[in-house]
Ligand binder design. Sequence first.
Ligand code: SAM
Length: 343
Amino acid sequence: MPIDFRGSASQSLASPDVDGRAPQKGNLPGITELKRRKGATHDLTRHQYYFVLGHLAILETRSRKQRPPKMSQNIYDTPEFFANYSQIRRSREGLAGAVEWPRLQMLLPDLTGARVVDLGCGMGWYCRWMREHGAASVRGIDLSENMLTRAREMDEIGGHDGISYERADLDKIEVQQQLFPESDTSTVDFVFSSLAVHYFVNLPQLVPHVHRILKPGGTFVFSAEHPIFTAPSGPGIVEIPVPRRQGAETGEETLRRVWPLNDYQIEGLRVTNWLADGVRKYHRTTASYINILLDAGFELTGFNEWHPTKEEIEANPLLAADHPNDTIKPTFLLMRGTKKVPQ
Ligand SMILES: C[S@@+](CC[C@H](N)C(=O)[O-])C[C@H]1O[C@@H](n2cnc3c(N)ncnc32)[C@H](O)[C@@H]1O
């Protein structure tokens, strides 16, 4: 019997993105889209649907492997992306619009008198917050001139000082070495990064620098798009028919909302259409994030897979509007590594 997948997942069933914006384009293709791509003229059965879907996933994986990234993209300096990014809630409201912030905040150390580095600082929302909460100095580093200009403007309006901004490509190995020279050892109390590391292919090379510049007992806290979010070639919620009860003899089916996961173990480039077409991000597994920290010498001292509870969604209109699907899967990975104190 042909199956009605209610059109493309990129339409009404898609999850809002991590920044609470409109659903992504280019999500898991629906039955109509599959038929168009394969030139099919007949209805597809469920079996055929999954066969074609798997076939497309293999082709997409192959084409990804054939196109290794050459340089950092700097999508935030393209007019279309930046105009759209400026409209999302967290760009307008700062930390009040960042749904994961209350739980991320719980991982932060005491900032009194701290020297802080913010990797991929963007518009400087966290730099300002950390200065307001006791940090002696904050060094914000970002690739985007647009983001840094906005950060400096807001610092000026708010009368913030003690924050320095540098424009640099944190994903370039030689730039990492220039930013954090070997002589810079045990000078920093806290390194922070919010939603930037999934843009870095060379994160494993960057984190040892972070470890070296931290004082013993210092911490590195970062958030990233959750690997369950970054893995699929077409992220988005779909409805699929499943047996009403496992093992039910009747074979009755009911529609269930699910987050299709594919290519979880295939780390590397993902091209998504978020706020603009062709946005490049890097998927890595949760295990890889943990091992990058451990391999650099950190102890894992904080870990959270952010998603709201049903009660939180019901109680918070912000969550209800932007993250109605986030009870189905986690959206953010929050981690803290602590530099060991020599015994
Ligand atoms: C989602 S924004 C987050 C901004 C800020 N941390 C926040 O949470 O408000 C990601 C930031 O990472 C920066 N970024 C991406 N790739 C980068 C790179 N290779 N080097 C430095 N910054 C980069 C972008 O320019 C952007 O400002």
